[in-house]
Design a binder for this molecule. Structure first.
Ligand code: PHE
Length: 457
């Protein structure tokens, strides 16, 4: 079969791994994991996270990459081909449609936050954090996000970089960017972590994150661990499926998935080691999300010697982590239109990027003009959620679990054992029955429980 577009495939296993780890390592690792661990039992949380991620997110990750490599196209067309080949029901198309639409929606808000990260590189470099106090830092952040024109400029820059990389193609765009950016991210983060060991607050920070506090573990903790693992390894949005479609037949998917999940976890742990000593050294309160990143840390950067450099490094690595994730959200959509529309990839990447930009307007305005506009409140749900909150909540708690659920059932029940053994090139491997057991029972149950706990309760 000839395709009207340039062939899309990774030139090495290393390139695939960098792209996939780039997708997995994102805001979730840096602003969410460390705090979640610290607040939910420290070392005990880390052990629970490792177990649930191995038992649920990793098996789904293996299936997702496998489905991509079996279908060899964008998630939508890959699922269409697999359904025809295995005479499965049309309902499984939801995997392709749900994942692709979800990726587009996540991209729309992810790029707004990515824009904030870029803006903070500039602020760090110009010494804007000097002498920052608690109140001033919070005011500066709120002044920035309230200024929608400025946020638009940075969102546009962030999306522009992402589109530029995807437009250049899989090999000469994505691959070239990730093999350079991911090692850079790793070096910057490791450097920050080593530096953090010399800070007076290092001991307290390690206690916060790693002490084994079993008494803090609640039933919710386990669900939080499942949800975090799921988002963090980037399953259920078609990103890994698309990357799998470009993977050579002879690369071991099982082994690659383990490398991806382990690298993702190592980065999350390193992020905590790099960040919390800053927080504790200056007697600040640990927190998570935008508050930690854009309010608490700037205070520390404004006080510490060499804070200009350290602050700039931190926001640069945050921007890199966000860009390599955003690329993986744009690619499934661009790959799909490329398969159906006879226009150059560059033009399609710009069009999809422009649509994501427009879709991001709701998120930009959620922090200013529409800060008190709750779109679903008239219908009686998500009453205190802005447009941004609704998009974030729906994608993380509804679309991702639903797609992950369907993916594990499709790979576990619809495809036969022979088919998957063949597709993974793992005939007779001892982990295969365990993997299938997880797909058939453990992963669907785990994923349904996140949904029930977060949406219905
Ligand atoms: N894993 C990314 C993060 O931790 C988010 C992401 C999810 C990216 C799904 C792509 C697909 O921030």
């Amino acid at each position: 079969m000839t395709t009207p577009f340039a062939p899309r495939h990774w030139s090495s296993r290393f390139a695939f791994l960098m792209a996939a780890i780039g997708s997995a390592v994102g805001l979730g690792n840096i602003w969410r994991f460390p705090y979640l661990a610290g607040e939910n039992g420290g070392g005990a949380f880390i052990v629970i996270y490792a177990i649930t991620t191995m038992a649920i997110a990793l098996p789904i990750l293996i299936s997702e990459i496998m489905l991509g490599r079996m279908g060899r196209q964008s998630p939508i067309n890959a699922m269409r081909a697999l359904i025809a080949e295995h005479r499965a029901a049309r309902i499984w198309m939801l995997i392709g449609w749900g994942g692709t639409l979800g990726a587009f929606v996540v991209l729309s808000y992810y790029s707004v936050i990515g824009g904030w990260a870029l803006k903070y590189v500039e602020l760090a470099l110009t010494g804007a954090f000097a002498g920052e106090t608690n109140v001033a830092a919070a005011e500066h952040f709120s002044a920035f996000v309230s200024d929608r024109h400025s946020v638009w400029i940075w969102q546009t820059l962030f999306l522009g970089i992402t589109v530029g990389i995807v437009a250049a193609g899989v090999t000469s765009g994505i691959e070239r960017a990730v093999v350079m950016l991911m090692p850079l991210l790793f070096v910057l983060l490791a450097g920050m972590a080593v530096y953090a060991t010399t800070m007076p607050g290092f001991g307290d920070a390690m206690w916060f994150m790693f002490a084994f506090k079993l008494e803090e573990v609640k039933p919710d903790t386990i669900l939080a661990a499942i949800g975090q693992g799921f988002f963090s390894v980037s399953v259920a949005l078609g990103a890994m499926m698309t990357y799998g479609a470009y993977l050579d037949k002879d690369v071991s998917i099982g082994r690659s998935a383990v490398v991806i999940a382990v690298a993702d976890t190592v980065v999350a742990l390193l992020a905590g080691i790099a960040i919390f000593p800053l927080v504790f050294t200056y007697g600040l309160e640990p927190s998570s999300g935008p508050g930690l990143t854009f309010i608490t840390l700037p205070i520390a950067f404004g006080t510490i010697g060499g804070g200009i450099v350290i602050g700039a490094i931190f926001f640069l690595l945050l921007s890199v982590a966000a860009i390599t994730s955003a690329i993986s959200l744009l690619e499934p959509v661009v790959a799909w239109v490329e398969e159906g529309v006879r226009l150059p990839r560059a033009a399609l990447a710009v069009i999809v990027g422009a649509l994501a930009w427009v879709a991001g307007i709701g998120t930009v305005l959620s922090f200013n003009l529409w800060a008190e506009y709750y779109p679903l409140a008239p219908l009686g749900f998500m009453e205190k959620k802005t447009v941004f909150d609704v998009l974030d909540f729906t994608t993380s708690n509804i679309v991702m679990p639903a797609v992950g659920f369907l993916m594990s059932l499709f790979a576990g029940w619809v495809l036969t054992r022979e088919t998957v053994e063949e597709a993974l090139g793992a005939r007779g491997r001892r982990w295969l029955p365990l993997w299938r057991f997880s797909l058939r029972y453990v992963a669907p149950l785990g994923v349904v429980s996140i949904f029930v706990a977060n949406v219905l309760m």
